[in-house]
Design a protein around this ligand. Structure first.
Ligand SMILES: C[S@@+](CC[C@H](N)C(=O)[O-])C[C@H]1O[C@@H](n2cnc3c(N)ncnc32)[C@H](O)[C@@H]1O
Length: 289
């Protein structure tokens, strides 16, 4: 296995210093995870990992959220995080150093399409919100199959960002449609990666040679009881994040149309009205052997 002491010329990270292959800065990724990752999502991951697995490789480990959340619930499991982003790997390693998970975690630079691992060397390969950013998911799934031991499992938890919905004491159809138009543009801008890859993963897994394929669906939801004005401000942040991660200009027509839809909803009543504000995103959990 190659560790991340490789020479700079081997650096697999072509991205700018402060942005990763997902288009986010480390701070944006951290804030995003803190905004929606809950016990239910951790449970969906833990339940997808077959009993008895001892070694797990996470492709696209980012800032190590999977290690931090899943390992305490899976005492027998050791973890190897792989990512193209060396800066994130270094930050995560440093964060975990000396803590209770340090003994069970290792990190290595590498790409999902060419894993720095031998054939049949692990029990589980996990993707968490990463295949959506990978240029060639088919290659990444074939690589996963190569490194899995006989009887091992692929686990991929990937979103369908086009399936997001927005609510404030009921569904907001116009806001949902206008966000979908922005996300469709982000999706085009990030092609050949696919922000809506979630429901395609089972078919891709079969095409990569996996035989036993199961698909589950988990809804990520963020809900708060707050004023419409507070809710509008959070959604503005989400809009900016999506646009920024895909290099859409702030004055792109779809972004402007989304702001107008948000303002129409906000001003359709008292902006200080209080309600249950929320978004949902379907995450497709594929388990394949
Ligand atoms: C959205 S983050 C997800 C991080 C982590 N899995 C989580 O859920 O918190 C996606 C990560 O995948 C990494 N990534 C993107 N393309 C990759 C590839 N082809 N091979 C390995 N890592 C990749 C990015 O650098 C980024 O850290």
């Amino acid at each position: 296995m190659r560790d991340d002491g490789a020479s700079p010329s081997d650096d697999p990270n072509p991205a700018a210093a402060d942005e990763s292959a997902d288009g986010l800065t480390a701070e944006e990724l951290r804030r995003g995870r803190e905004s929606w990752w809950d016990a239910g999502f951790t449970r969906a991951l833990v339940e997808a990992i077959p009993d008895g697995c001892r070694e797990l490789v996470e492709v696209g480990c980012g800032l190590g959220h999977v290690a931090r959340k899943v390992l305490p619930q899976a005492p027998g499991l050791s973890y190897l995080g792989v990512d193209v982003d060396r800066a994130r790997l270094a930050e995560t390693r440093e964060d975990l150093e000396g803590g209770p998970l340090a003994e069970r975690t290792r990190f290595v630079a590498g790409s999902g399409e060419a894993l720095p691992l031998g054939d049949e060397t692990t029990d589980v390969v996990l993707f968490c919100m990463t295949l959506q950013h990978v240029a060639s998911p088919a290659d990444a799934l074939r690589e996963s199959r190569r490194v899995l031991r006989p009887g091992g499992a692929l686990v991929a938890a990937e979103p369908d960002n086009l399936g997001q919905r927005w609510f404030f004491d009921g569904p907001l159809e116009e806001v949902t449609r206008s966000f979908a138009a922005v996300i469709e543009q982000c999706r085009e801008a990030r092609a050949p990666a696919d922000l809506a890859i979630g429901p395609q993963v089972p078919g891709l897994a079969r095409a990569a040679g996996f035989g036993d394929v199961e698909m589950r669906v988990h809804a990520i939801f963020v809900t708060r009881y707050e004023t419409a004005r507070e809710c509008r401000a959070k959604w503005e942040e989400m809009l900016r994040l999506f646009a920024h991660a895909s290099d859409l200009p702030d004055n792109a027509p779809a972004v402007g149309a989304c702001r107008e839809a948000l303002d129409r909803w906000l001003n359709a009543g008292d902006p200080e009205r209080v309600g249950h504000c929320g978004t949902t995103v379907p995450v497709f959990v594929t388990i394949a052997g």
